[in-house]
Write a protein that binds this ligand. Sequence first.
Ligand code: ZN
Length: 451
Amino acid sequence: MPSLRIVLLALALASTAPAAAQGVGEGFDVLAYDLDLRPDLETGAVSARQAITFEATGESVDRLVFSPNALTISEARLGDQPVRVLATDTGIVFLLPQALPPGESARLEFTLAGMPARGVTLLPTGLSTGYFACDWMVCLQDAPGDKADLALNLYLPAGADSLGVGQLREVAPVAGGMAVHRWHSDAPTSPYLIAFAAGHFPAIRASTPYGELRFVDGTGNQADLANLFAQTEDMVAFFSDRAGLPLPPSGYAQLLVPGDEAQEAASFSLIGLDHLEAEADNPASAWVIAHELAHQWWGNAVTTQTWADFWLNEGITTFMVAAWREQAFGVQAYRDEVARLEARRARLEETGWDMPLAWPGRYPSLGVRRAVQYSKGALFMVRLRELVGEEAFWRGLRAYTQAHAGGTVTSRDFQAAIEAASGRDLSAMFDEWVYPSGRQALPPIPGSAGN
Ligand SMILES: [Zn+2]
């Protein structure tokens, strides 16, 4: 038993200690990110003046913690009051001058500079970014549910081209032979989808009844854009019809880049030339253009609330690629893809990691996580389609997409939409495939007894 003196000392320390430390993203909701960003197109280094408008949601919020990155953050202020910044391995901590009550909003401003550790790729004629936005700006990398408005002003050499988020509202000359490209989001966006590209990129446009398309060449090698992206318009028509929604008002761009890149962002995707060359002799094998395009609806417009339900982004998208192949190349193309999904499921079962789709734990590898969230997720969609029938399945998917566009979702939202469309209780099937039961036994870790 501790002595009275130690107990009193502990009580004294507890009463003077700061409020319990908040984790990354806890206690506040981001409303808007505003950046004046100067990327160095030669090196990939960045400097910026950034503002974050937020609303306190927790009790007595005295700090904001954002995802860690390798940048130097300085000159932080809240209004006219200075803000202390602590950069740690687990987060960037802004210590507010006073605690804010729930519901109060405020604007944090600071500067940043440095070489991002991830997320910036140098191209032959510029650079691109994708997925790791919070490495080149300050944001919440793992909070897909905290969508926010974005104003991104890119300061670039005069004559450069750019891709950003939403609409390019203005390109205006500024001092020093530069121009500012003012991009503004169409709708609140999840941080992992914030991206830009800048450099010299030849481009062509195509108008469709479902929105404007741009095919953009980042290879520096005069790619045959019209030919490489020839299937895109048919895909847009198919996905728009199945979603019951057109593309966003600002349209959609595809940036062709060297290598095997395949990454969606809010208003454009990075498409690796290697994939398109591999698919050239067999159009029915095409997946990368369709997959990243399908994310415009499933992933970007309708976004998983947390990573635990990431299968809603990736499983539905993987399934939609199979559905597009069926539409374009016939039912055998769909059956071939279903057979590949089943083979992947069989290999997954052998690993012992055949987890429910919404299992929130840590997978042993990216490959195993993808086998669950992408392949098993798509196979679940196949089985659901078989169970409820063609008409109810597509009507349910459309209702789900329309109801949640611009928002965030959980597996329960998807279940509710398919149940409403089919008039069936699907809880047994969702319990079998989707929801963790709390009984999932992890495979033994080699070298340990396990339990
Ligand atoms: Zn994907």
